[in-house]
Ligand binder design. Structure first.
Ligand SMILES: [Zn+2]
Length: 408
């Protein structure tokens, strides 16, 4: 395919701190040569373009950062496209699940259209990868999976996805293990799970079944763990035993995992060390009403932490925007990360770990042969992007604009 030159892109090049201890991010304008979805060359914008240059896209000086990854979502649950609905009040998780069960069948009819609305929204904020859990349950079987897969297919030029077979109403529940197998044979790419204690009522049995399914389909695993305190902590400990035994290193993630933040700090550190060793990531949606997992401690131990928006505007809650950057902003605000270096670092939790500058303020992105996947915004640095979360001007995937526009 012919090359395209992306002109006048602002990139972060370094960092310096002045005599008053104020830290600045330095930037410069570049031209990037893109081919086959990758960056193949880059020159300063003051340098001459090759005479053979034909295709160009002008970035008009907007800052480019790596495209985002939305790492915890439920594309099948949203009410988007159906008009306004608030939430039915309930007193417990059991009641919430019972309410969801009542409306699953009627909602399944519109799964594809609703998922499409959600993908469009998430993409417009900068995510070109979506990890979605999809209900696999006794009420609708694989209906939501079919809808979500069709919607993702329409956006395959713009978005890659992990599609998780998610036993929302329990794995140890009638025919659900068989339905999970059918889901894996019909397009789901990962095995999900939910509260081996609180929902399945048998930690070891639930984990055993989950990891057996993972082995059967050679699939990665992501389990929702809302179970609090020592029960949640014990669940993760036990799960790490299974992971170790199965050799499932770097193939698992604990979603929510509030419990890690609810045990004494020594236990948090021990668990973080094991999670790092077994390559178990933590997915957080930065909820305002729950204990957060100890994100800074996990990060300091080298555990992969990734943010997601969770399901939004659905039977679980009427809030949410689909903007994963907002999660970084909120976390920085909650945890006092407000200096230039801390803010720029927080971007890593939205990008799969990549930041333009490393911890010492040296440029490390983009490199030649990196994917041409970018988010563009009218800001001076990624620190400003995280702190101010301005509108995204455009999103590029594999060298093509897939949302918004770079025109002035
Ligand atoms: Zn979830």
């Amino acid at each position: 395919m012919d090359a395209t030159w992306l002109l006048n892109v602002k990139l972060e090049t370094g960092s310096y701190t002045d005599d008053n201890n104020y830290t600045y991010t330095t930037t410069d304008l570049f031209h990037l040569k893109l081919q086959d979805g990758k960056i193949v060359d880059q020159i300063l914008a003051t340098e001459q373009l090759p005479e053979t240059t034909v295709n160009t896209i002008d970035a008009h000086g907007y800052l480019a950062v790596p495209a985002f990854r939305e790492m915890h979502n439920h594309l099948d649950k949203t009410y988007m496209g159906l008009g306004w609905r608030s939430c039915i009040p309930v007193n417990s998780l059991k009641e919430r699940l019972a309410h969801e069960a009542r409306e699953l069948e009627s909602l399944a009819e519109t799964a594809e259209a609703r998922a499409e609305e959600m993908i469009k929204t998430i993409l417009s904020h900068g995510s070109t990868h979506i990890r979605t859990h999809v209900n696999i349950d006794p009420y609708i079987g694989l209906k939501n999976l079919e809808g979500v897969l069709s919607a993702l297919d329409k956006y395959k030029h713009a978005v890659t996805a992990d599609v998780i077979a998610f036993p929302q109403h329990g794995l140890l529940n009638n025919d659900v293990p068989q339905l999970m197998r059918e889901a894996m044979r019909n397009g789901a790419t990962m095995i999900g799970g939910l509260d081996p204690a609180g929902i399945d009522g048998s930690i070891e049995k639930s984990l055993d079944m989950t990891m057996n399914l993972a082995a059967e389909f050679d699939a990665d695993v992501d389990i929702h763990i809302h179970d609090d305190g020592h029960v949640g902590w014990y669940t993760i400990e036990k799960w790490l035993d299974f992971v170790e035994e199965a050799g499932w290193q770097n193939r698992t993630a604990a979603s929510h995992a509030f419990a890690i933040g609810e045990v004494p700090i020594m236990k948090q550190q021990e668990l973080a060390e094991r999670m790092k060793y077994q390559g178990m990531d933590v997915m957080s949606t930065i909820p305002l009403t729950k204990t957060l997992p100890p994100i800074k401690l996990l990060d300091a131990h080298g555990v992969g932490v990734h943010f997601g928006c969770d399901g939004f505007y659905d039977s679980w809650g009427p809030f949410g925007t689909g903007d994963v950057l907002e999660k970084a902003t909120t976390f920085c605000e909650m945890s006092g990360m407000k200096d230039e270096a801390s803010l720029r670092k927080a971007l890593k939790w939205c990008t799969g770990g990549v930041t333009p500058l490393d911890e010492n303020g040296n440029q490390q992105w983009p490199k030649t042969s990196d994917a041409a996947d970018f988010v563009f915004a009218d800001v001076s640095s990624s620190a400003e992007l995280v702190a101010r979360k301005p509108a995204r001007k455009a999103v590029m995937k594999a060298g093509k604009i897939v949302s918004g526009t770079l025109d002035n």
